[in-house]
Design a binder for this molecule. Structure first.
Ligand SMILES: Cc1cc2nc3c(=O)[nH]c(=O)nc-3n(C[C@H](O)[C@H](O)[C@H](O)COP(=O)(O)OP(=O)(O)OC[C@H]3O[C@@H](n4cnc5c(N)ncnc54)[C@H](O)[C@@H]3O)c2cc1C
Length: 370
């Protein structure tokens, strides 16, 4: 199978790698001059199996083996390092905290304020009504994971073209013809891994959208201290903020979800100011300085599950979209599933055993009768 993958974020390179491994001739087309410029280069880099709607969790579990034992020769890096997550709440957030406890897996446990302060000493005991400790959250080395897929694709003979925006797509010869970067390329299958632009790519092909909503999330770095390195991620029970140590700095976020058109997301001063106010209220960090800031798009469809599968309305058009806030931690599993569906139409036994529900991921759910 000749496959054209559109998008060089984590979804595109993971799918490209597994497709090439399955024997497909793969060409990946990325509109930017560099890969991973959009959402993939802007994440908070966390792996947490209980995060996201139930339909995507088997994809996270399916990815764990790749992260723990990457194929030999693809990386020298360690992809996962222990972090832990601490959900914190005020007295008015007790219901949300109880919900986190129920949703955070068997190893999660309830902490009283004093116990939470032992783990993260800057938390204000008078702010906290309780906390949920989820020790199994891990940090991901996103750049190394992305690079490993790129290396794997190249070794398997795949072609990666940057500065190649796909501007036209039309059915041709039983497959597709794409115009990108001034060239015409043919493929039996299109894999639409265009992130926030996935609906726009579908429109180029004359295919109805699935309702991708790109939601902006703001992040920024403030001065920290190397002695904070062992802290977990600290997240508000209602997603009003989170922070975690990052080297000698602290990565902070408003955990915002603001709709915007697909594009180069930029942080807003007001969002940063609001996050600082909330974090300063919950802690004694007394943040005054921001060292750097950025924003990225987390793209969802209405039910917050991903969209993975062939479009029932257009032969050879495969969706790999709506990665939301879990696109990194699910990438190996989603890539493996994509390659299997493209080459054989079947879910691999390994993934089926983890409980993948294809109907919950299929683009057919957005079509008439779906
Ligand atoms: C602040 C923040 C925190 C996050 N934290 C986490 C986390 O802790 N854990 C986690 O797993 N996930 C997290 N995410 C989500 C994760 O970053 C995304 O789910 C993931 O990066 C999506 O990958 P993607 O490849 O689908 O999209 P992208 O990385 O955006 O890639 C899509 C690519 O398609 C290209 N493209 C678009 N249109 C065209 C075209 N016409 N022709 C050619 N190329 C095209 C774009 O240029 C882009 O490079 C976070 C995201 C943000 C913003």
């Amino acid at each position: 199978v000749d496959v054209l993958v559109i998008g060089g974020g984590i979804a595109g390179v993971a799918a490209g790698y597994y497709l090439a491994k399955a024997g497909c001739r793969v060409t990946l087309l990325e509109k930017e001059a560099v890969l991973a410029y959009h959402s993939t280069g802007r994440s908070a880099a966390l792996y947490f199996e209980e995060y996201g709607v139930p339909a995507i969790r088997p994809l996270t579990r399916a990815s764990r083996g790749f992260f723990d034992h990457p194929p030999s020769g693809l990386t020298e890096a360690r992809f996962l390092t222990p972090r832990g997550a601490l959900w914190v709440g005020r007295s008015d957030q007790m219901t949300s905290l109880q919900g986190e406890l129920a949703a955070s897996g068997p190893s999660a446990r309830w902490l009283e304020p004093a116990q939470a302060v032992e783990i993260v000493p800057v938390l204000r005991p008078d702010y906290l009504a309780g906390a949920v400790w989820a020790p199994e959250a891990l940090d991901l080395d996103v750049a190394s994971i992305h690079q490993a897929f790129v290396r794997g694709m190249r070794r398997l003979g795949a072609t990666i073209r940057t500065g190649a925006p796909v501007e036209r797509l039309r059915p041709a010869g039983g497959g597709w013809e794409a115009e990108a970067g001034g060239d015409r390329l043919g493929g039996d299958v299109i894999v639409n891994a265009a992130g926030a632009w996935a609906d726009e790519v579908a429109r180029l092909a004359g295919i109805p959208p699935v309702g991708i909503r790109p939601l902006r999330r703001t992040a920024f770095m403030v001065p920290g201290d190397p002695s904070y390195a062992g802290w977990p991620l600290v997240a508000d029970a209602n997603n009003e903020f989170y922070f975690r140590p990052d080297g000698s700095q602290i990565l902070c976020s408003l955990a915002d979800e603001t709709w915007q058109e697909p594009g180069d997301a930029r942080p807003q001063d007001l969002d940063i100011a609001l996050a600082i106010e909330r974090i300063n209220t919950a802690t004694t960090l007394a943040i005054r300085t921001v060292r750097s800031s950025w924003a990225g798009l987390r793209s969802f469809v209405a039910d917050r599950a991903m969209v993975i599968g062939f479009d029932p309305a257009a032969a050879g058009f495969f969706w790999l979209a709506a990665q939301g806030g879990t696109g990194i931690q699910t990438a190996p599993g989603a890539g493996e599933l994509t390659a299997s569906l493209v080459t054989s139409g079947a879910v691999p036994d390994r993934l089926a055993a983890l409980g993948i529900d294809l109907a919950a991921l299929s683009p057919a759910r957005f079509r008439a009768g779906g």
